[in-house]
Design a protein around this ligand. Structure first.
Ligand SMILES: [Zn+2]
Length: 194
């Protein structure tokens, strides 16, 4: 029998990671096909709303002189600078009005790839009774990876929707999936568009 897309249940959330203009084609740190995930993400967002499950959306939100930027000793070109167009969510992302926004990457001393990295999010979600987190967004081998690993560590059942994410590199993407599986995450190869 073919695998089925699970239905959302109480205790689930849908998490959209860093689906911002700068990470999509044409952006400052463009991920190949980064914009190809929007159709899948929007279907999951709609399903979450239909099933009464909260939608969370994280954003990378850096000061102009962030340590992750190559001009300041980091590995990346400048991206997602606070209040710039590039830091906005992709205009085709249909976030509901009551989506919960998680802001990260604001520290001056180091980067925060994971949505759980000193954001207080894990404690908050535990207090809300959240058990399962379904994840899509960018990038599969950086912020999605870090978030899924931290989510597993924090005791959530993490599900990655493979059709709703893209890696910076194919090799990195493969390794990321291995690490996620090893940490106990479920990789969902079937999506709502498939
Ligand atoms: Zn960043």
């Amino acid at each position: 029998m073919p695998a089925k897309v699970p239905k959302f249940e109480p205790g689930d959330i849908f998490l959209v990671v860093d689906t911002q203009i700068d990470f999509c084609p044409g952006g400052a740190l463009a991920i190949e096909e980064g914009d190809q995930i929007l159709g899948e993400l929007n279907l999951w967002i709609r399903a979450a709303k239909d099933d009464g499950v909260p939608v969370y959306a994280s954003r990378d939100w850096h000061p102009k002189t962030h340590v992750s930027f190559s001009d300041y000793g980091g590995d990346w070109p400048a991206h997602c600078i606070q209040d710039t167009d590039g830091a906005r969510f992709h205009p085709a992302l249909e976030l509901p009005y009551d989506a919960v926004i998680v802001t990260k990457g604001v520290r001056f001393d180091r980067d925060q790839n994971s949505v759980f990295d000193e954001t207080g999010l894990a404690d908050w979600l535990h207090r809300q009774g959240v058990k399962r987190i379904f994840v899509g967004g960018l990038a599969q081998d950086v912020c999605v990876l870090a978030s899924i690993l931290d989510g597993c560590e924090a005791g959530f059942k993490m599900h990655l929707i493979l059709g709703a994410t893209r890696p910076v590199s194919q090799e990195g993407g493969k390794k990321a999936l291995e690490s996620m599986r090893a940490a106990g995450a479920e990789i969902m190869e079937i999506g709502r568009l498939s």
